[in-house]
Design a binder for this molecule. Structure first.
Ligand code: IPM
Ligand code: MG
Length: 363
């Protein structure tokens, strides 16, 4: 593994938010606080346009040898008409996750009391801190057979396969139980075991595993009820573990509890100690190239990288503090704005966070 951080800006608002994250990394490099080098590569629609594939070989090879990867976002209207799954921008990201076996995706929703943009009452949200552990390497995203074809009646027929082997369920279960052990010792596993067999197996394996973690209180919810409970009483949750698709959906919902998905970073890990960090918000083509996207989720992804990949927990803590201070000062991008606050662009938000960070770490 090289001491490299691979930067994959991708599509839509990806390059804009990545720019701000790179400024933070460069500041740390310049001041010799980290010694990793930066390398750039293409993924998603931008890779299709220039190199003909959503995950070109050179990107995959660079990813295989990097210590950490930071990704902006992939996808956009321009490529929405492409029907072949492996030619779509999203396939670039899915292939990257699969090829490097990034099986565990951690998405930590934290409620920032300064942000008043959530439609949910703040007393319901105060102190919310939920860690969603999403399985990322199997499930319906990757299951075969899959496809769309014309059936015997000349009707288009679409199908996918939702599948998990018990090893993968156990592997993600261990990550979740270990995290729960270090947090509030509460784990909620989400499935649809009343209808879908693969999730019956999910529930069985997670229940078996719970015997090895007697100090963690395990509960189970069906996905429909979990989606409801998350809005009704989010404080009941600490760590949630679930499969690939339920995790995708629940993490968007959880993110919005904070007022904006623009605040949610994520880390994906494999068993070799490599990590992929990405904001959860996607490419948001409707606001791309306007300079208004929120770079905080991507800067928080850099913070996760400092913590989990580069073993700099203190720098990570100070970067989080810088973001908090900036929010305390009332500085806001459009997605988290409210009356009386100071509305700024993507670039200015990045700059003020950096200035605050410099003050805290005295450089
Ligand atoms: C996410 C995204 C991706 C996913 C897309 C872009 C493939 O929505 O990371 O949540 O579905 O995993
Ligand atoms: Mg998603």
């Amino acid at each position: 593994m090289k001491n490299e951080i691979l930067i994959l800006p991708g599509d839509g608002i990806g390059p804009e938010v990545i720019n701000e994250a790179v400024k933070v990394i460069k500041l740390l490099q310049k001041n010799k606080l980290i010694n990793s080098v930066i390398r750039y590569a293409k993924i998603g629609g931008s890779a299709i346009e220039t190199l003909g594939l959503p995950l070109p070989n050179e990107t995959l090879n660079a990813a295989k040898s990097a210590r950490a990867i930071i990704l902006g976002a992939v996808g956009g209207n321009k490529w929405d008409k492409i029907k072949e799954f492996n030619k779509r921008p999203e396939y670039g990201l899915l292939k990257l996750r699969k090829s490097l076996n990034f099986f565990a995706n951690l998405r930590n929703t934290i409620f920032y009391s300064q942000i008043l943009s959530s439609p949910i009452k703040s007393e319901i949200l105060s102190n919310v801190n939920i860690m969603i552990v999403r399985e990322l390497s199997q499930g319906i995203y990757f299951g075969k057979p899959r496809g769309i074809y014309y059936n015997e009646y000349g009707l288009r027929y679409g199908y996918n396969t939702s599948c998990y082997d018990e090893k993968a369920i156990r592997r993600i279960g261990i990550i979740a139980f270990e995290l729960a052990k270090k947090r509030k010792k509460k784990l909620c596993s989400v499935d649809k075991a009343n209808v879908i067999e693969v999730t019956m197996l999910w529930r069985e394996i997670i229940t078996e595993l719970s015997n090895e973690y007697p100090d963690v209180k395990l509960s189970h919810l069906y996905i429909d009820n979990a989606a409801l409970q998350l809005i009704l009483t989010p404080k009941q949750f600490d760590v949630i573990v679930t499969g690939n698709m339920f995790g995708d959906i629940l993490s968007d919902e959880a993110a919005n509890l904070t007022g904006s998905i623009g605040m949610l970073p994520s880390a994906s890990i494999n068993s070799k100690g490599q990590c992929l960090f990405e904001p959860c918000h996607g490419s948001a083509p409707d606001i791309a190239n306007k300079g208004i996207a929120n770079p905080i989720a991507t800067i928080l992804s850099v913070s996760m990288m400092l913590h989990y990949s580069l073993q700099k927990p203190l720098l990570s803590k100070y970067l989080n503090l810088a973001i908090n201070n900036v929010l305390n000062k009332g500085i806001r991008t459009a997605d988290i704005n409210s009356t009386g606050k100071n509305l700024v662009s993507t670039k200015i938000m990045g700059d003020v966070i950096i200035e605050e960070f410099k003050k805290i770490i005295k450089i």
